[in-house]
Design a protein around this ligand. Structure first.
Ligand code: ADP
Ligand code: MG
Length: 155
């Protein structure tokens, strides 16, 4: 994991959440089947919580969108790169961070605008993340990569 510490974009290492929190870091190839893996890992992380089925679905969609973006946009569908996901779960909140070392985003505000897409897609990925999670933070540098951190309050 040494390379993570070199990359200032990699927020996953000190994923915020308090002392009582459970924390996990996963690293997987940028293969499309790993979108489903990431979604299931996120759902499994809150298995002990009183999460409703609707909330679980929201978490799964948000994670799918962020991981798909890392693979499709960040890595241009190159399946040999790594996507990193860190999860923190405390009593009050779930924090998920998705990171790629891909092309990065030059204008984050523009990228997050509903219907904006650089390759003729729907452009609703960030809109879903924002409506399904309580907080979405994107940090990115062109040619360095992107980290999307999402927070959801747990009842
Ligand atoms: N991880 C990423 N790396 C590089 N660019 C990204 C990343 N995530 C999103 N983007 C950019 O933001 C745009 C909007 O993303 P999104 O709302 O998910 O729409 P879509 O994926 O349908 O294009 C993408 O078209 C892409 O240009
Ligand atoms: Mg998308």
């Amino acid at each position: 994991m040494a390379e993570h510490t070199k990359n200032t974009l990699w927020a996953g290492r000190d994923i915020l959440v308090g002392k009582d929190a459970n924390k996990m870091i996963f690293r997987f190839l940028s293969r499309s089947e790993n979108v489903a893996l990431a979604r299931l890992l996120a759902a499994a992380a809150v298995a002990e919580k009183d999460t409703t089925v609707a909330e679980l679905d929201e978490i799964k969609v948000a994670v799918s969108e962020a991981v798909s973006n890392a693979i499709i946009h960040g890595y241009g569908n190159d399946p040999q790169q790594y996507v990193e996901m860190s999860i923190g779960v405390s009593r009050q909140e779930l924090l998920i961070s998705i990171h790629d070392d891909g092309v990065g985003i030059a204008d984050i505000e523009q990228a997050m605008r509903p219907s904006y897409s650089t390759d003729g897609r729907m452009g609703l990925g960030f809109a879903f993340m924002q409506s399904f999670m309580d907080d979405v933070d994107v940090s990115s540098l062109p040619q360095a990569g992107t980290t999307v951190t999402m927070r959801k309050k747990l009842a």
